[in-house]
Design a protein around this ligand. Structure first.
Ligand SMILES: [Zn+2]
Length: 269
């Protein structure tokens, strides 16, 4: 199946009129992408909106490739582990999941039959599983709904570079490279902001949100080495992310399309 190419200005749903939406959903492959980010400290060098900006960029790229349209992002996520740093805003898991569910249900009511919730913040992951069930209870199953994080389809090495003891977990080289590529003017070139928390107290403790919060409290908020970031690396990482998701989604959307055509019921809940 070939998906329609859309012009740059039509990649964001908030720029459309209602009749334009109406015309769009009358064709077969209406595909809406909801970026979900966070509003949290990313060290002294990167903006509070880092996760959301990255997710918005990936969403736009997927919309362009797959003939979809991106929604404005859900700016606020679950960021309790960063509440010791000024500017962080966190919301309760139910607040986040109910908001996302309401957006999905609204898109479905408009006639969208394929919807992607693209998450960009690790702290949201444990809670997002409930979104599919909440949607199913309200609109049934005759919609393709995928809820994934932008790193889910990367190689194991890619995932490690984004988040691991070796590469760091937050505002590190990988993440700083991504945001540097998307918004170079928002990233400060600072020296000596490398930070790896002292893990001697970790022992056998699980690295959960509370432990994470304790480990970075009083530091500069970084976990990793953002000094190694570059725009060039960011461009390469973004390309890899886009490719991995594009391959996955093109396949899923195609098979779902056949499925929907046959019985209007999704197999992939
Ligand atoms: Zn982040």
């Amino acid at each position: 199946m070939t998906y329609r190419k859309r012009s740059e200005k039509s990649l964001q749903l908030e720029t459309w009129s209602s009749p334009e939406v109406q015309r769009y959903i009358q064709k077969d492959n209406s595909f809406g992408i909801i970026p979900v980010g966070s509003f949290e400290q990313h060290g002294p060098h990167a903006p509070l909106g880092t996760d959301t900006f990255i997710c918005m960029e990936v969403s736009r790229r997927l919309a362009r490739k797959l003939g979809g349209v991106a929604l404005p992002p859900v700016w606020f996520g679950i960021s309790d582990e960063h509440m010791d740093f000024a500017g962080t805003v966190t919301v309760a898991p139910d607040t986040l999941c109910n908001l996302i569910t309401d957006i999905v249900v609204s898109l479905r009511a408009a006639g969208f039959n394929k919807i992607l919730v693209l998450n960009g913040h690790g702290g949201n992951v444990p809670y997002l599983g409930s979104v599919k069930e909440k949607v199913r209870q309200r609109v049934g199953q005759d919609v393709f709904l995928s809820v994934i994080s932008y790193w889910d389809k990367l190689s194991e090495r890619g995932k490690m570079m984004l988040s691991s003891l070796e590469w760091g977990f937050h505002a590190n080289e990988y993440e700083t490279s991504l945001i540097s590529c998307i918004f170079p003017s928002m990233v400060k070139k600072l020296r000596d902001i490398r930070n790896y928390p002292d893990l001697s107290s970790l022992n056998d403790q699980e690295l959960n949100e509370k432990v994470f919060r304790d480990l970075i409290k009083g530091s500069n908020g970084v976990w990793g080495d953002p000094g190694r970031a570059s725009i060039k690396k960011g461009r390469s990482f973004l390309g890899t992310i886009e490719l991995s998701l594009n391959n996955y989604l093109a396949h899923e959307l195609d098979s779902q399309n056949e499925d929907l055509a046959v019985k209007r019921v999704s197999k992939n809940w």
